[in-house]
Design a protein around this ligand. Structure first.
Ligand SMILES: C[S@@+](CC[C@H](N)C(=O)[O-])C[C@H]1O[C@@H](n2cnc3c(N)ncnc32)[C@H](O)[C@@H]1O
Length: 225
């Protein structure tokens, strides 16, 4: 499995610096991610009153939809490595007057600062495509730890249709010109002990980025015990 993926190479410090630089223009430069977030939220079937964690929430693009779906009786926690991205997210949530049901925290997906079995649903958009492969299983296990039994995992990733090497990966491997490269998370989600795993792959629509990569949504449940 490992060999069907090209490995992301940015260290956490480099990721922090990159997103400090990208934060103020991240939304403007990633409009093609709006549709996939909407689709991931639709498939997640988030319920009013649920407790949700958005790991690597960035500028809060997914957090907004999650907060609207859980409503005033629910709560969304958003966590990210980058304070600059979190500042953008907080501004967005405040403007939409959703602040009562959302709390942001700076932190690392490798060590989630929440107790065991806290969340009904864990949402994570476009983070695993930045993480070196050795981090996949420990992070997924950490995600399972904070989910309640039968809690739902929803991953949205930069991806590719199948295990075959894409031309973008060959170029990425040579030049390492940006932090993200495509991942296929289903097998790792299974290895981390999740059940009911479902993958939906979609090409990107309406953007030249479609020539480079596509998106996967991976849905799964934490086993009952
Ligand atoms: C491509 S952005 C996506 C942001 C947001 N989820 C979205 O879909 O708009 C990736 C985000 O992952 C965050 N990130 C990367 N590694 C992380 C880690 N180990 N723990 C928490 N956040 C991380 C970055 O700081 C950045 O905000």
């Amino acid at each position: 499995m490992k060999h069907s993926l090209v490995e992301a190479t940015f260290t956490e410090d480099k990721v922090k610096n990159y997103y400090a630089w990208r934060a103020s223009n991240y939304d403007a430069g990633s409009g093609f991610e709006i549709g996939p977030h909407a689709e991931a939220l639709r498939l997640a079937k988030v319920q009013p009153g649920q407790r949700v964690l958005d790991v690597a929430c960035g500028t809060g693009r997914g957090t907004v939809g999650l907060a609207q779906a859980v409503g005033p009786t629910g709560k969304v926690d958003g966590l990210d490595l980058s304070n600059s991205m979190l500042a953008q997210a907080q501004t967005k949530i405040d403007k939409l007057e959703l602040g009562q049901q959302v709390e942001f925290k700076q932190g690392n997906a490798r060590e989630l600062p929440y107790p065991d079995a806290t969340f009904d649903l864990l949402y994570n958009g476009y983070m695993f495509d930045l993480i070196p492969i050795e981090g996949f299983t420990p992070i997924l296990k950490e995600m399972a730890r904070v989910l309640k039994p039968d809690g739902q995992l929803v991953l949205l990733n930069m991806s590719k249709p199948d295990e075959r090497r894409t031309w973008f990966e060959s170029v990425y491997e040579k030049w390492k010109f940006e932090p993200c490269c495509p991942v296929l998370m289903g097998p790792y989600v299974k290895m981390a002990g999740f059940t009911e795993i479902r993958r939906v792959y979609q090409p990107i629509r309406g953007s030249l980025v479609a020539l480079l990569w596509g998106q996967e949504i991976v849905l799964a449940r934490k086993s009952l015990g």
